[in-house]
Design a protein around this ligand. Structure first.
Ligand code: PLP
Length: 401
């Protein structure tokens, strides 16, 4: 008799569960548009050429050892990561106002930031957009923060509900934490314009709210690393505090290497260094220190001009392929005369399209067309190719007619 005989079976993760269902389907036309991972035009995972080159350099360097990294991770990686998101000539970096620690990809960076806030910040409420990446609620709840939502997406316009957003943040208690997607909002693909970011920034600063940026798609949205960092840089530029969680999963294709960074921008260098000392106490009992391989790849690429340039080209190619898929899907629906306005497919930004399809329509597409996506109607554009667009367009057409 097992001591765990009474344990209940947990439900699959709503996003990763889509892949589980996909893998079980024997159909030759099946299509996985659930997971947020880049695929080539041939539907294959992609290891960037620049990553292969960096790995080769690492392998050939016999002076490299497998010693533990410090608790905060690889020093070069941390410096270069802050520079990547804040800009090469960021005054905050020059003034030593930023503390950066290497974490386990975006998720781990959010979690360490959340743990730090739960322990050291007086406000325990965090506002996250509605909707948002499903893991946000769990990460912040588990760290002991109270999670509330602010209005973000307007299903009618399939765009931003800026009025609702400003109202909800306007009535948040002073000091509350606000989670913001730096770019390529997941799952909606809807980002504020620069003018709207400026409105949001002013409101956040006037109410002394604390911005916490989740930057999981820098460079992946527009193809430009600087372009996609503009929101963050606006907030850091005003001299106020700011948290930033960075992930290299998507923009370097390092998903399984689990490499990311948490930066905390402070008002003085002295505060920043004290914050860092406390981050160490958060990290040490959680996982002691981060893994070395992924961070070494990233810092090899970021510190070498040639590798860096090659990366930006490969990154742009990924972003461009996704933008092309948007265009092709939109054209295919127009060609079929599919009822409804589908222009949001080409307006939305980043890896995902929030189609507006209902759960029932999604279930129909999975059952009849073997197309797998999350029940909120989100499709990963990176999972599409020229060859599979017609099948998806047929399925959407059938689902809405
Ligand atoms: N934040 C958002 C909005 C995401 O979409 C993702 C990944 O899908 C992440 C964070 C974290 O991903 P990872 O932990 O793989 O870096």
């Amino acid at each position: 008799h097992s001591i765990f005989a009474n344990i209940l079976r947990a439900p699959e993760d709503p996003i990763l569960g889509v892949t589980v269902a996909y893998n079980k389907d024997p159909s030759p036309v099946k299509l996985n548009l659930g997971v947020g991972a880049y695929r080539t035009e041939e539907g294959k995972p992609l290891v960037l050429n620049v990553v292969r080159r960096a790995e080769q350099l690492l392998v050939n360097d016999r002076s490299r050892v497998k010693e533990y990294l410090p608790i905060v991770g690889l020093a070069d990686f941390n410096k270069l990561s802050a520079k990547l998101i804040l800009g090469a000539d960021s005054p905050a970096i020059k003034g030593n106002l930023v503390t950066t620690v290497q974490c386990l990809s975006g998720t781990g960076s959010l979690r360490v930031g959340a743990e730090f806030l739960a322990k050291h910040y007086y406000q325990r409420t965090i506002y996250i957009p509605n909707p948002t990446w499903g893991n946000h609620t769990k990460i912040f709840n588990l760290a002991g923060l109270t999670v509330k939502t602010y209005r973000y997406y307007d299903p009618l316009t399939r765009g931003l509900n800026i009025q609702g957003l400003l109202e909800d943040l306007g009535s948040a208690p002073s000091g509350a934490i606000v989670l913001l997607h730096a770019c390529a909002h997941n799952p909606t693909g809807v980002d504020p314009t620069l003018e709207q970011w400026e409105q949001i920034r002013r409101l956040i600063r006037s109410k002394s709210l604390l911005p916490f940026f989740d930057s999981a798609y820098q460079g992946f949205a527009s193809g430009s690393l600087d372009g996609d960092a503009q929101s963050v840089r606006m907030f850091v530029g005003d001299g106020g505090e700011c948290f930033i969680a960075q992930s290299y999963a998507k923009n370097m294709g390092l998903y399984g290497e689990r490499v990311g960074a948490l930066s905390i921008v402070c008002r003085t260098a002295d505060v920043a260094s004290r914050v860092e000392s406390q981050l160490k106490l958060v990290i040490r009992p959680m996982y002691s220190s981060p893994p070395i391989h992924g961070a070494s790849i990233v810092s090899a690429i970021l510190k070498d001009r040639n590798l860096y340039n090659e990366w930006t080209l490969e990154l742009k190619a990924m972003a461009d392929r996704i933008i092309t898929m948007r265009k092709q899907l939109f054209d295919a629906l127009c060609a079929r005369g599919t009822p409804g306005d589908w222009s949001h497919i080409i307006k939305q930004i980043g890896m995902f399209t929030f189609t507006g399809l209902s759960t029932k329509q999604v279930m129909f597409m999975t059952k009849e067309y073997h197309i797998y996506l999350t029940s909120d109607g989100r499709i990963s554009m990176a999972g599409l190719s020229s060859g599979t667009v017609p099948h998806l367009a047929d399925a959407i057409h059938a689902a809405v007619t």
